[in-house]
Design a protein around this ligand. Structure first.
Ligand code: CA
Length: 159
């Protein structure tokens, strides 16, 4: 999976990033809300791990932007222990789940996996894999050797 990790605490970001990489995932980092929005404009992520307390922007704003762009990106919020209002506001802003700090990286990845399975099932039309290429009918996207190309619905149907 391609995962965006939005976290201004570099210790947490480093630990999580290493764990995800060790399990075959690719993680991009954003330490500020501005960096997160910049990356989100340019890349389709399978999942976003989002710390709500960022130095510049409110994490909830990022949550809303991700959700307005894509229904298939899993959003997992990182929240402070016991802060129920944050959890509620986050879920109402489009987050799929939350995990409370401090958390274990194993549980984090298990939650991401579970969310992305659920979203993939909701997505309806399947991804077709053949010869190292992926045709994603849900997103009208063709991926070959890791390089993606957006298609019109007509092009996707023809393929
Ligand atoms: Ca923070």
């Amino acid at each position: 999976m391609l995962i965006l990790l939005v976290e201004d605490n570099t210790d947490i970001a480093g630990n999580v990033g290493e764990y995800l990489a060790a399990h075959g995932h690719q993680a991009d980092f954003a330490a500020t809300g501005a960096q997160a929005l910049y990356l989100l404009e340019r890349q389709d992520y399978d999942a976003v791990v989002l710390d709500l307390g960022l130095p510049d922007l409110d994490g909830l704003e990022i949550c809303r932007r991700v959700r307005s762009r894509s229904g298939y990106t899993a959003i997992l919020m990182l929240t402070a222990r016991g802060d129920e209002s944050d959890k509620v506001r986050g879920l109402r802003s489009g987050a799929d789940d939350y995990i409370t700090k401090p958390f274990g990286t194993e549980e984090l990845l298990a939650r991401i996996d579970s969310l992305s399975r659920r979203l993939a099932l909701d997505a309806g039309p399947e991804k077709i894999h053949a010869d190292g290429c992926i045709l994603d009918l849900g997103r009208c996207r063709f991926v070959r050797d890791g390089a993606g190309q957006d298609l019109t619905a007509r092009e996707a149907n023809l393929l």
